[in-house]
Design a protein around this ligand. Sequence first.
Ligand code: FAD
Length: 469
Amino acid sequence: TPVLLWFRRDLRLSDHRALCAACETGHPIIPVFIHDGAVDALGAAATFRLGLGLADFANTLEARGSRLILRRGPAIGVLDEIIEETGAGAVFWSRLYDPRAQERDAEIKSALNGRGLEARSFPGHLLFEPWTVETGGGAPYRVYSPYWRNVRSRDPGEPLPAPKSLPAPAAWPRSDALGDWDMGAALRRGAEVLRPYIAPGEAAAQARLATFTEERIERYKADRNLPARAATSDLSEYLTLGEISPRQLWAAGLAAQERGAAGAEHFLKEVTWRDFAWHLGYHWPRLFTDNWREEWDDFPWDEDESRPEVIAWKQGRTGVLFVDAAMRELYVTGRMHNRARMIVASYLTKHLLAHWRIGQRWFEDCLIDWDPASNAMGWQWVAGSGPDAAPYFRIFNPETQREKFDPDEAYCRRWLAEPFEDPSAESLSYFDAAPRAWGLSPKAPYPAPVVGLKEGRERALAAYHRARD
Ligand code: FAD
């Protein structure tokens, strides 16, 4: 009797606890991926990236004599179908931590158990599961620093090696063709725009981790805020799909630290921010949808997405160099440097007084590393409504930030065509990527600021003081 291995955000063979447990049973393994409502709900770029990840993972499995069975429909129905067709006696999976997936998985587990089938779940895409990290008083953490100290003193365990082979069933069930799922259909910029920026899959993830720990980690703390510099790991999109595990990052960071790499501790800290975001989202699911601090419900955020300033923000036409460079980088590559994410988020929620949810949704549609918890926490942290957030009155000045973090303008030159002579190829590629309906041209004059930086700052502070009083 085969074991179904239901893959979700764990598209890898190494450090995969559910897979190792399935191999230990000695039964044939049928790897399955289900295109269900959770996939329908993904943003355009994330769906495209998932399609590339699935194609790569299917090849990896085939190289080991296995296959990835693709099916579409509600998860329980699809699992039932495959169980019926193959006589499978068990379903294994890695756990997810968002409220909807938790609820769905619990229902599936009890339905399968009710029919006498084995349903086993294993730790998923975090270093530590959200309920396993608690304060001395047994409560979840609301503040990062003590959370970090707790996590730093623990051992997430050694990453597991990939199984040598995956026992195949006597006959394979049918699979959809990935091409029929048309995962790039929702992209407004053509797939050819994003594609060159993506190297999907587990092998590429491991190669990137190796490059990072061999070449970049030493200077990580010093250079990680410079968006023009290749200084960070660029691993977030792999973590999003589970093409690499955080435990593998942790082990590599510790090994670098033992070799004396200066930036290693800081890298571990950043990896822990991602776990912290899931810790918060698990214990307070409103992190994903509402102000984490309820007192912010009275703040006059503007949720009108059709405001010209908000449209200019999305299109990278605010007239503020750093903001526009970052928004164009996002549109072309599906990624944005962390410093730039903070600056564009501050500009939208403070200078433009727009609700953080507008930015959260735009990032959700555009990012290839979209992670619901890190995105929600990032937006709420900058907006001031989140746990352990930056105080609202700390408003980034995007010009000062540019002088500090892009002093030679390399980042702005890379992404902006209009203000510079001899625009870079990447800055011009934005105009090919942008929908025609936006009516943009690299020859048009660079836009005037949609709001003066001083005026926007004062307006935001006034709104804050009014709401507070
Ligand atoms: P590195 O600097 O190499 O860090 C290593 C890993 O640590 C990252 O891959 C990531 O998993 C984690 N990490 C680093 N910084 C953070 C952070 N601030 N919060 C949570 N995890 C972190 N990250 C996402 O993965 N998906 C998102 O959708 C996302 N949305 C964000 C939205 C806003 C408004 C902000 C301010 C930040 C957001 N981040 C998000 C966090 C951060 O910007 C990215 O994780 C980081 O830029 C990824 O680049 P890297 O892999 O080179 O990071």
